[in-house]
Write a protein that binds this ligand. Structure first.
Ligand code: NAD
Ligand code: NAG
Ligand code: NAG
Length: 320
């Protein structure tokens, strides 16, 4: 081996060794950061994160004319936010605004009729909101429908509509309202998925598909914007909510073996949990919160174990 060959070889070895050390250092750093965040999250469990001030924020809620959406509108108004109520049902929406004004005369509340499945209408009404109120800084995609019978009994129109309202509308809303949030790197998007978006349920095949989709959409858009904002830190937050059964009338025939354990949650309580999760920048939360963790645990067992748990709890919805 001559000297040149020797130098070339040692050079190569050093480059490889250096790359190896760099990866090793990366892994060590990664592990330390992971440990740090675990400790941090334990800390936040004991001393809960302070809730964000939403006073002066413009909160748009779809489906604000009834149920969870109405309660969300009431609670955000109480917190001093400007509340923009969208619903297909004008009367329901008006009632929401009246209820808010009854509690608080000085509250800012605006109502608009909008079918969120109609892209042109979303864009047109959004322009009105921009004129009347300003940029929306908190978007709550809440409107949803839930046909409840076997897949074979669903009409094609029902299946399409379930996806139009529960999924496609989210794309129109995100495409319309994210640009102003991105420009200011400030905002929050909340979506109503469901426990049916985490675990499949009989009589809800299209609905479950639509709610699983919401979960994927929320995770993907978060990561996409996080990348797009680099090297700056993304300051648009995403919160995906998975309620089990809320007493709004949406769930017509709930079935439960242990009603005390799985009682229908009052819409007021559900809305309070959602507002709390949003103000604490929680990314995912079920209502009741323990369901999310129970699901995560049992999914790691062999297939037959979660089935046993399902059969034991014997809870779901019957066909309407
Ligand atoms: N109630 C429950 O048990 C439960 C459980 C899990 C998840 N969720 C989800 O929470 C959300 C709210 O549910 P809820 O029980 O308050 O429902 P709800 O039926 O009480 O209210 C929904 C509102 O959305 C409106 N809406 C429907 N289609 C619309 C459209 N195309 N454009 C605009 N508005 C429209 C309706 O007019 C209604 O006012 C839904 O996404 C639902 O899937 C509810
Ligand atoms: C919240 O923000 C508003 C407006 O930005 C401000 O007037 C108010 O004092 C703040 N409240 C708290 C508790 O920080
Ligand atoms: C009433 O509305 C104002 C203005 O939005 C708000 O600052 C205040 O906190 C509200 N008060 C109550 C009790 O809801």
């Amino acid at each position: 081996m001559d000297l040149r060959e020797f130098k070339r070889l040692t050079g190569e070895i050093m480059v490889t060794a250096y790359a190896g050390i760099a990866v090793f250092a990366d892994v060590v750093l990664l592990i330390f950061k992971m440990l740090y965040y675990v400790v941090e999250s334990i800390f936040w469990l004991i001393f809960p994160v302070e809730e964000k001030n939403v006073s002066g924020e413009v909160v748009l809620i779809t489906g604000a004319g009834h149920g969870i959406g109405r309660e969300l509108a009431l609670q955000y108004a109480t917190l001093g936010a400007k509340v923009v109520c969208w619903d297909l049902n004008e009367n329901g929406n008006k009632e929401t605004a009246e209820e808010i004004k009854k509690i608080n005369e000085t509250a800012s509340v605006y109502t608009y009729r909008c079918d969120v499945t109609n892209r042109e209408e979303v864009i047109r009404v959004a322009a009105e909101v921009q004129r009347d109120v300003g940029d929306v800084t908190i978007l709550v995609n809440n409107a949803g429908i839930m046909p409840c019978h076997t897949l074979m009994d669903h009409t094609p129109e029902e299946i399409r509509k379930t996806f139009d309202v529960n999924v496609i509308a989210h794309f129109w809303m995100l495409q319309t309202f994210l640009p102003s949030m991105i420009k200011k790197n400030h905002g929050h998007v909340v979506a109503l998925s469901s426990m049916a978006g985490i675990a499949g349920l009989p009589n809800l095949v299209p609905y479950c598909g639509s709610k699983f989709a919401v979960r994927g959409i929320m995770e993907a858009i978060h990561l996409e914007l996080r990348d797009a904002m680099l090297p700056k830190q993304l300051n648009i937050k995403f919160t995906c909510i998975y309620p089990y059964m809320v007493d709004t009338g949406l769930c017509k025939k709930p079935k439960m073996r242990f009603p005390t354990l799985f009682s229908l949650v009052p819409p007021k309580t559900a809305a309070a949990e959602i507002v709390k999760a949003q103000r604490r920048n929680v990314q995912e939360a079920s209502i009741p919160s323990v369901f999310f963790h129970i699901n995560n645990i049992f999914r790691n067992f062999p297939d037959k174990v979660p089935l046993l748990v399902r059969d034991f709890l014997d809870s779901g919805v019957e066909a309407d």
